[in-house]
Ligand binder design. Structure first.
Ligand code: HEM
Length: 176
């Protein structure tokens, strides 16, 4: 009986770690006609391209509310991630450079979004933005490098604001 319990516990442990590993798998991107690396997961599309010292990104999700991307070189967690969050209201984009502390996020002292644009169409919100790769902005951004494997966080929420918790979120790994 004791042996059976041990075997079952062991199997559960193996199944648990396998699903945890699958949860943050590395996704291999495809390259589009503009040279962007493209990945799709859980309804989110994320594209990125390194151009000299900068990272050009696009993210879209099926929402009329906010969309966000998080970069975390250390762990698959909101905590300590560099977050870019935005929404489009009446055709106008609001986008901000935030960082997370635990399960909340605040605006960076320094806004390092170099370029941005956004669109809301047919229930889909898309953001395009450029950030510097190497800058860690006094620990408020994640310094990134070409070839580095990082955890990417994607989230969307209801409402045109930066405050509401996500309706949907996912994580994966990518190599920049
Ligand atoms: C006011 C805003 C936010 C609040 C209150 C919030 C709160 C939370 C909480 C309580 C959790 C753990 C429970 C759960 O898994 O649902 C969590 C997880 C998560 N959140 Fe947020 N979140 C916010 C914004 C964001 C943003 C902007 C992103 C950007 C991508 C994000 C991405 C994630 C991800 C990927 C997880 C799972 C990993 C982890 O546990 O850290 N969140 N969030």
């Amino acid at each position: 009986m004791r042996k059976a319990i041990l075997v079952i516990a062991g199997l559960l442990l193996i199944a648990g770690s396998a699903s945890a590993a699958a949860k943050n798998e590395e996704l291999k991107p495809v390259t589009d006609e503009n040279g962007f690396n493209v990945i799709e997961k859980s309804g989110f599309t994320f594209k990125w391209k390194i151009v000299e010292a900068d990272l050009e990104c696009e993210v879209s999700a099926p929402t009329e509310g906010w969309v966000a991307v998080g970069f975390n070189p250390e762990k698959p967690k909101m905590d300590k991630s560099n977050l870019i969050i935005g929404f489009v209201k009446d055709g106008e984009l609001s986008i901000a450079d935030h960082h997370a502390k635990g399960w909340r996020h605040v605006a960076d002292k320094e806004n390092n979004i170099l370029k941005s644009s956004g669109e809301e169409k047919d229930g889909q919100t898309s953001l395009a933005f450029t950030i510097p790769m190497a800058n860690d902005a006094n620990g408020e951004d994640a310094a990134l490098a070409a070839g580095q494997k990082i955890h990417l966080l994607l989230a969307q929420g209801n409402g045109d604001n930066f405050k509401k918790q996500h309706k949907k979120k996912t994580m994966l790994e990518i190599t920049l």
